[in-house]
Design a protein around this ligand. Structure first.
Ligand SMILES: [Zn+2]
Length: 390
């Protein structure tokens, strides 16, 4: 009678009857190399239920590997059950739980150190508010409004904010955060969850972009004071006068994003997926020279409906049908302009609420109520610039 080769059984009870029972569980048939008895046979003969029997074996004995040892502290591998043994006997090298936990702690400390270094460097290089690009002032303020912590000391991980939109499109949100990070306007907060940061072989930190916390980097300003100063900075009439070109650029981008978000939604309603490329963007930009976002949405809606009808006539894939939307849009625009048709403006869709950045720019800085949706940017900005400054 032997236990499995490579297995050492430790009894935690002196009771010979319990020891014999545990040995029956772990005993192996020398000829076949398999466990000598089935578990079912043992517990039935002993008048126990299966769970009672396995609990008893676990409580009164431990099976250690005589072959596999933790590669860090050399503690032998411990098997709780036969299944555990069978599934793990080829599994080498391994770390025991205590060593794995210690190593994880060391990795976490290394990550934290790396992030603290980058953070301190970023803070040391932080520029004063007056030296930030106007668009970065707008972006940072919008990001603080969107994801700022309650005391405004840091910016919560993007993945934790779901209640509104930072910009009309999720991928643009990412670009915005990335731009602020690359420009040194925000830094990865050292208090980020360690799991959101990875270290590569050269010990360079790679961050899970959506999962890290961010910290604003503006020289001499932070928390509520930074928010207040940013609010005051972008709301003064001089900001708009001085930074008109950058504000206009932000407005044009927002208008395009509003239209793309609408198109995506309109096509999704017909279960047509579509990724807008350069051509679509160019068409929409041209349309925005003539119409407001609200009107362009009307034309886009009809183009999406045409694409859906084309698909329903059959014989084409969803993908192919969705791609016809650009051509339809172009034709509809040409007809509309040639016939001088009046295009009724759409109302903002409930599922596409005004984004935080749009509210900041159009409502707060430009003093309109969602003006970017209902009015053309050049008309709106032209009027504001022409208005006598107070
Ligand atoms: Zn170990």
């Amino acid at each position: 009678m032997t236990s499995y080769p490579g297995l050492h059984i430790e009894y935690l009870e002196a009771d010979p009857r319990l020891q014999a029972l545990c040995l029956r569980y772990w005993r192996v048939d020398g000829a076949t190399g398999r466990f000598a008895e089935t578990v079912a046979r043992i517990y039935r003969e002993e008048n126990l239920s299966q769970s009672e029997f396995t609990a008893l074996v676990r409580r009164h004995s431990r099976a250690w590997s005589t072959v596999m040892k933790c590669s860090r502290c050399a503690e032998p591998l411990l098997f709780g059950t036969r299944t555990d043994f069978i599934s793990r006997r080829e599994d080498r090298p391994f770390r025991c739980q205590a060593c794995a936990a210690t190593e994880q702690q060391q990795v976490d400390i290394a990550k934290r150190l790396r992030i603290v270094q980058s953070f301190e460097q970023a803070m040391a290089e932080g520029r004063p508010l007056s030296a930030l690009r106007p668009r970065h002032c707008l972006y940072l303020l919008a990001l603080l409004k969107y994801a700022g912590s309650e005391d405004l000391s840091h910016i919560r991980p993007y993945c934790q904010v779901r209640h509104e939109r930072l910009t009309p499109l999720r991928e643009v949100d990412r670009d915005l955060i990335n731009e602020l990070w690359r420009a040194g306007v925000i830094a990865v907060d050292p208090a980020s969850d360690a799991a959101a940061i990875e270290l590569d072989r050269e010990q360079n930190a790679r961050v899970h972009f959506n999962e890290v916390r961010w910290h604003p980097v503006v020289q001499g300003l932070g928390g509520v004071a930074l928010h207040e100063r940013l609010e005051a900075h972008v709301a003064q009439p001089a900001f708009l006068r001085r930074c008109l070109d950058e504000v206009r650029e932000c407005c044009e981008q927002l208008a395009l994003q509003e239209c793309l978000a609408f198109l995506e939604m309109a096509l999704a309603e017909y279960r047509l997926g579509y990724r807008a490329g350069d051509k679509t963007c160019a068409m929409i930009k041209a349309a925005l020279q003539v119409f407001s976002v609200a009107q362009v949405c009307n034309v886009l809606y009809r183009a999406a409906r045409d694409a859906a009808a084309f698909y329903q006539r059959g014989g084409v894939s969803r993908d192919h049908a969705a791609k016809t939307v650009v051509g339809s849009f172009e034709r509809l625009m040409e007809k509309t302009l040639a016939n001088e048709w009046v295009v009724a403006p759409f109302r903002r869709n409930f599922n596409l609420q005004q984004s935080v950045l749009s509210r900041l720019i159009y409502n707060r800085v430009l003093g309109t109520d969602d003006g970017g949706f209902t009015e053309r940017n050049d008309v709106l900005l032209g009027r504001l610039v022409a208005a006598p400054s107070q």
